[in-house]
Design a protein around this ligand. Structure first.
Ligand code: NDP
Length: 248
């Protein structure tokens, strides 16, 4: 078809995909879910509380509980078909210096951020293997590879996601499944708003871009990794951090 200069480039018609984002009630997860809804996909979330963006199917659950994850996937599959794109986004912090960090604070963070992502990826992989295609996107953090004082638990959980994505890539890469890590820097959400003002200012000064990012800037990268253009990217760690973690 001939195009005039003012017409937008035609986009190839694509079947809507079944997308599951954990924790889409707020912050980065919400922006990611909104982005997939806008692209015409069938979007669902496993979430604990709060309200959801328009067009997102919500299933209440908890990533710390295997039965809850399984039940949520079963419900989403019944409504939207097998999950083709998983975004493991749910995450928590329990900051404190290592010397004073309790076993409970360490275990709780690992249970949500690392084991929770594993529970979702394992469950999602069943359908993806059958479909012979799938995208697993794990939301890590710049501190996973950069380190952060007071975040031994959080950084360990986020670094673990890199080994997870790379192992999934080696297990399932031949079956049309990609697994990648997105490592955001400081994003304007409730998680960073909770930081004291002086720490926020210090972080801002250390970021080459000189600012925090908006959740939508992470969502765009996630959407790219789920797109056809990213079919040959797997086991990668994609920073969205304004240059903060360069070289790490
Ligand atoms: P928020 O604290 O705003 O949101 C966290 C989300 O995770 C909420 O939806 C929360 O649900 C959900 N969640 C927490 N625990 C569970 C659970 N056990 N089961 C199901 N859902 C759960 O965080 P952000 O949006 O800022 O962060 C999203 C992800 O991005 C996290 O993995 C975080 O580590 C990562 N990240 C964030 C950065 C930032 O600067 N903000 C930087 C780097 C990484 P509920 O509302 O019910 O608590």
């Amino acid at each position: 078809m001939t195009q005039t200069g003012t017409e937008p480039a035609p986009t190839a018609a694509r079947e809507p995909r079944s997308v599951l984002v954990t924790g889409a009630n707020r912050g980065i997860g919400r922006a990611i879910a909104e982005r997939f809804v806008a692209a015409g996909d069938r979007v669902a979330t496993l979430y604990r509380s709060g309200d959801l963006p328009d067009g997102v199917l919500g299933v209440v659950g908890d990533v710390r509980d295997t039965a809850s994850v399984d039940a949520a996937f079963t419900e989403v599959e019944a409504a939207h078909g097998p999950v083709e794109v998983l975004v493991a986004n749910a995450g928590v912090t329990r900051d404190g210096l290592m010397l004073r960090m309790s076993d409970e604070d360490f275990d709780d963070v690992l249970d949500v951020n690392l084991t929770g992502s594993f529970r979702c990826a394992r469950r999602a992989s069943k359908g993806m293997i059958r479909l012979r295609r799938g995208r697993i996107i794990l939301i890590s953090s710049v501190v996973g590879l950069y380190g952060s004082p007071g975040q031994v638990n959080y950084a360990a959980s986020k670094a673990g996601l890199v080994g997870m994505a790379r192992s999934i890539t080696r297990e399932l890469g031949g079956r049309g499944v990609t697994a990648n890590v997105v490592a955001p820097g400081y994003i304007d959400t409730a998680m960073t708003a909770a930081l004291p003002d002086d720490r926020q200012a210090a972080y801002r000064a250390s970021i080459p871009a000189g600012r925090f990012a908006q959740p939508e800037e992470v969502a765009g990268v996630v959407q790219f990794l789920a797109s056809d253009d990213a079919a040959y990217i797997s086991g990668a760690v994609i920073p969205v951090d304004g240059g903060l973690g360069m070289g790490h």
